[in-house]
Design a protein around this ligand. Structure first.
Ligand SMILES: Cc1ncc(COP(=O)(O)O)c(C=O)c1O
Length: 452
């Protein structure tokens, strides 16, 4: 085992050490070589070190350098060093985090980390929470709690009786709600498109004055951090509107919720503590390994009512929190270990600095692009930048060449009818030099194509 793990360490450190100088996107040849692994299920097994060698030699070159400092696609953080190391140690433990009685260390760490997170996000202390796979499942778990409560208020037990014959639930979302939220609604039987959509402004913020009058079982879903612009919905108005009508207020804050951790950005999350449920990711801006999301529900019992199961062979309820009562999964990876490691290694000041720094780099990108004559389509309030290099075709060409060039990697989008390149600065590993080097590549490529 020792020799094998030392071999893994050697290969992993070699990979990480080369990350900042290699092309961000893998080469076509490297991706094509993956096919050499094809073949029928082998009759005989392979020695462990040879398995590792095969993995490294064929797959490492075909990876996208998302763990490196110049990947700006989607919303992707790297893994903070302490979280990668904690992930390795926790892998050796091979502990789930289902019951305190079964795995006290992981259950304990998750409870500790949850308490810190409630403090970071300035949520009410009675808030319950769980460690899920990502924001999609965080939204799912939160909305399951919401569904439980709004139907319970009209005398319907949805966990017991399902949705057949249940009173209808009105679901209100912003016109720019993320597709993952809609997927969660679909998984819960509330429909991906059977929603009331509230118009938004030019940044994608819900227009509070356009919120519909609601009554009966209702869930209103807001957003903290639009995936394109980084904009935040007007939380105080939305919560006031929801609560005055007895509705449930939920917020999808996959990455934006982390603005709360940074004094200079926390104005963006003003009123966040009024929500009944919140969803966020740890694998995005907190920079822990995949898969890691977080759900919070003010009324912890609502989340438990939606998620808990009992069986004769399972440990009975004790004074200890039962992690599996708060997540869709019964057995799962103890992903709270890495969340704890991230928070322990950063501390309050380090976390604030991570958010501040990445937001500052987004602004540096925006300033540099604007100065060169390109149109930045969003107000850069957070870590997201949208830039147009001219018409849709030109912008698409520039994006494709930037990806091919390999200095950095950015994706494309269409923002309210305008084709744009997205820059999302979410990694702890990015430095000012990485921003300048990437900007230089963007401007060099764009100048060949773009009309300014
Ligand atoms: C606002 C928002 N919600 C949900 C998601 C989905 O997150 P995940 O892929 O972690 O499930 C994203 C991803 O970018 C997002 O930006």
């Amino acid at each position: 085992m020792k020799k094998l793990l030392e071999e893994a360490l050697k290969r992993a450190t070699n990979y990480l050490e080369n990350l900042s100088e290699r092309d961000v996107a893998p080469g076509r040849d490297a991706v094509a070589r993956l096919a050499k692994l094809n073949g029928p299920f082998p009759e005989e097994g392979l020695e462990d070190v040879a398995v590792l060698a095969e993995l490294d030699e064929f797959c490492s070159p075909a990876t996208m350098a998302t763990a490196g400092p110049r990947f700006f696609g989607f919303v992707v953080g790297g893994s903070l060093p302490a979280t990668l190391a904690a992930n390795w140690l926790a892998g050796a433990w091979d502990q789930p985090a289902s019951f305190y009685e079964e795995t006290p260390a992981t259950a304990f760490l998750e409870q500790l980390a949850l308490g810190w997170l409630v403090d970071i996000f300035r949520l009410p202390s009675e808030c319950g929470g769980g460690f899920v796979t990502g924001a999609t499942m965080a939204n799912f778990a939160a909305l399951a709690a919401a569904r439980h409560v709004v139907l319970e208020r009209v005398g319907w037990n949805v966990e017991r009786d399902g949705l057949f014959g249940a009173p209808p639930i009105t679901v209100v979302v912003g016109a720019e709600a993320h597709a993952a939220l809609m997927k969660s609604l679909g998984l819960l039987g509330m429909g991906r498109t059977r929603v009331v959509r509230v118009p938004v402004d030019g940044q994608g913020r819900m227009r509070a004055e356009a919120l519909p009058a609601v009554s009966g079982p209702t869930i209103i879903c807001a957003q903290a951090g639009n995936v394109n612009t980084g904009a935040f919905d007007p939380f105080p108005e939305i919560c006031e509107h929801a609560h005055s009508a007895g509705a449930w207020a939920h917020v999808d804050g996959a990455f934006g919720l982390w603005a709360s951790a940074c004094p200079s950005r926390s104005y963006l999350t003003r009123g966040i503590e009024e929500f009944d449920s919140l969803a966020t990711d740890a694998h995005k801006w907190l920079n822990v390994p995949y898969d890691s999301g977080l759900v919070f529900v003010r009324e912890a019992e609502a989340l438990r009512a939606a998620m808990a199961v009992t069986a004769e062979y399972l440990p009975p309820t004790t004074e200890h929190r039962k992690p599996c009562d708060y997540t869709p999964e019964s057995s799962r990876r103890a992903r709270g270990v890495e969340v704890w490691a991230a928070l322990r290694s950063l501390g309050r000041s380090g976390l604030s600095d991570l958010i501040e720094r990445t937001c500052g780099y987004a602004k540096r990108f925006a300033d540099g692009l604007r100065a060169a004559g390109y149109e930045v389509l969003n107000d850069v309030v957070l870590n997201q930048v949208l830039v147009s290099f001219g018409d849709a075709e030109t912008t698409r060409k520039v994006i494709a060449e930037i990806q091919e060039d390999g200095t950095c990697w950015c994706g494309g989008t269409v923002w309210q009818g305008h084709t744009a390149m997205r820059i999302s600065v979410s990694s702890w590993a990015t430095t000012e030099a990485d921003v300048d080097r990437s900007l230089e590549a963007m401007l060099r490529i764009a100048s060949k194509h773009a009309r300014r």
